[in-house]
Design a protein around this ligand. Structure first.
Ligand code: TSB
Ligand code: ZN
Length: 583
């Protein structure tokens, strides 16, 4: 999806369209006062005070019509320069503009743009005439607090987008529509995957039974892979004392992303934002020899992070998440090989899920930012150089991003491009020389001397939350058999004659461990079939007189109109085979 803010030409056009919107609104609502109208990645918006008017859907059409009229009129967009005094005089009836002007530095030249009967304070630049803003669409409106402060008045925000041609606009709108259709929040609600409730809190999803099935399958899938690679899983609490996070360095460098501390008796506790400190202590529980390394401690671990309320989104960005986490304790010589194993695991998982569109990002620290990163140039140089060396030896293409590292070390993050919408960061693999030092971890080397291990932090799915959001949007809620909450739905053709045989088949499949439903309602066959398809159930079994008489099973696959009739044994074989298809 195109990012309008990052495209200079589109950015100028959209900014001009924001002015056109304000002009049209000023015609329709003469008392309207205007705050700001910036360009955003999806187009533009304008915040305005419409007095007592509350916008309705049909008002957008009315405003659009007026915008078309003004655009057709084709007035030139002319720039003026004003002194601060002149600007204060010119906008004296508009408290919002006065606020803007008063906050500008003394002596600064103030720019205005005029188009016909409308003048707005603006730095520009703009297109030459309003005629150029021809192919636009107002997308939605919402309330927004003046200056983003909940104590202030609610202004009305209207969003829109503008393109140079009708085709480009249409293409963009189609993509927006596709995004809406795929939105995991919409599908997640329809399919009862997860819910939110204000009494639990924003960014705290509740996984419903169908979602829990998907999550459990993902857990089993990755657990099995990790077990084969020598990972040892643990369970640790999702709180720790503030002292734990002071020891790790989170308190100094990650506090802003954490929930505030709570006091119990005389001790302060905090919900954990990461699991590394707990895993450091698990390692420290025993003495280790170099022969024990690598030690791989894994956990499906719940973490809490403070994400801004405006940033939380369904399962994709949450405040309570479950990481598919592990910390690998290695000798310096083992870094390369162990890192490779993680990258190979990521690639194997992506292959299973059919994820092809991704990029590796080498996330480095911003050396200027002393608060976000542990301050030790030598350590950072060592870690960043080592990680680059490992990546070069693995021969994987990557790009570098300054300021994206963890506070304790550089990361290799995987940015995945979904079917629609912007990239998401799923997997991560990180190199850390700091935490083992802070926790005074060690192992005994070949010469009987104490050495400090290196830690690799890694999460293959990232979080189950974000990965599930991604999966829903990629598949549009049509899951492969092994993940589908309901795998087989059985419909008896006639409840009177075929229900008993249907129940037999239900039990047969349930005993094999499949997730099966029997639609025993007294509804028409066609109705039940339609509903089975609407629920996107991978296999629908239809049992009538022929099936009862000859001990057969007839089924339809989702997306197919063909009914296939087989013996019970053949059906079981077919299901077993389809279970192996991961994509
Ligand atoms: C991998 N300590 C490491 C861990 O050992 C760690 O926490 N790394 S992380 O901060 O990069 O988080 C791991 C993954 O969690 C990210 O790659 C991302 O996929 C996922 N994630 C991060 N924040 C959120 C969030 N708010 N909602 C959902 N998933 C998130
Ligand atoms: Zn970690």
């Amino acid at each position: 999806m195109i990012n309008i803010k990052e495209n200079e030409k589109l950015s100028i056009l959209n900014h001009s369209c924001a002015h056109l919107l304000a002009q049209a609104v000023s015609h329709l609502y003469p008392d309207a006062k205007f705050w700001v109208g910036p360009v955003i990645s999806e187009g533009f918006y304008y915040d305005m005070d419409l007095g007592d008017v509350t916008l309705k859907e049909e008002d957008l059409e009315k405003i659009e019509r007026e915008m078309k009229k003004v655009s057709k009129d084709g007035k030139r967009i002319v720039r003026h320069e004003l002194t601060k005094e002149e600007a204060l005089e010119k906008f004296k009836n508009d408290p919002y503009k006065i606020d803007l002007i008063e906050n500008m530095p003394e002596g600064e030249v103030i720019f205005c743009y005029t188009q016909g009967d409308f003048t707005d304070l603006c730095r520009g630049p703009h297109v030459d005439t309003v005629k150029e803003c021809k192919y636009f669409k107002l997308l939605k409106f919402s309330g927004s607090y003046y200056k983003g402060d909940a104590n202030n008045k609610v202004l009305q925000r209207i969003y829109g987008v503008c393109f140079p041609t009708e085709e480009e606009l249409q293409e963009y709108l189609n993509e927006l529509e596709e995004m809406k259709q795929r939105d995991h929040r919409k599908i997640g609600k329809e399919q009862e995957i997860f819910m939110n409730h204000e009494l639990v809190g924003a960014g705290m999803p509740l996984w419903l039974p169908n979602g829990a099935i998907i999550r459990k399958q993902l857990e089993n899938y990755i657990y099995e892979k990790e077990q084969k690679m020598g990972y040892q899983h643990v369970y640790t609490p999702c709180v720790g004392t503030v002292n734990l996070y002071k020891t790790s360095g989170h308190w100094d460098h990650y506090k802003e992303d954490m929930f505030t501390a709570m006091k119990i008796d005389d001790e302060e506790f905090v919900l954990r934002p990461m699991n590394c400190p707990h895993h450091m202590l698990v390692y420290k529980n025993k003495l280790h020899s170099y022969r024990d390394l690598p030690i791989r401690i894994g956990e499906f671990a719940t973490d809490f992070r403070y994400e801004a309320s405006g940033a939380v989104k369904g399962l994709e960005r949450v405040r309570c998440m479950c990481q598919n986490d592990a910390h690998l304790f290695v000798t310096p010589e083992q870094i390369g090989e162990e890192f490779k194993k993680v990258v190979d695991l990521i690639l194997a998982v992506y292959k299973d899920f059919g994820i092809k569109n991704y990029k590796f990002r080498l996330s480095l620290r911003d050396p200027e930012d002393k608060t976000k990163y542990f301050d030790d140039d030598e350590m950072w140089n060592q870690a960043e150089n080592k990680l680059r060396e490992v990546l070069n030896s693995l021969n994987i293409p990557y790009f570098e991003a300054i300021g994206e590292a963890a506070f304790y070390g550089p990361k290799l993050d995987v940015e995945v491009k979904p079917a629609v919408g912007p990239e998401v960061t799923l997997s991560t693999c990180q190199l850390d020389f700091l935490l083992p030092r802070r926790f005074e971890l060690n192992y005994i080397d070949q010469n009987g001397e104490k050495q400090t291990p290196v830690v690799i932090h890694r999460a293959i799915f990232g979080t189950f939350d974000r990965f599930t959001a991604f999966l829903i949007e990629e598949t549009k809620g049509i899951y492969p058999l092994w993940l589908a909450p309901t795998q087989v739905n059985i419909i008896p053709v006639n409840m009177e004659y075929h229900a008993k045989y249907s129940e037999q088949i239900l039990h047969l499949l349930q005993e094999k461990g499949y997730r099966v439903t029997l639609d025993a309602r007294n509804e028409k066959l066609s109705y039940k079939m339609r509903e089975s398809v609407m629920k996107k159930i991978p296999v629908t079994v239809i049992l009538g007189q022929k099936e009862v008489d000859e001990n057969l099973i007839s089924y339809r696959e989702f997306g197919s109109e063909e009914t296939i009739t087989v013996t019970k044994e053949e059906f079981l074989k077919y299901i077993e085979k389809r279970m192996e298809e991961k994509k």
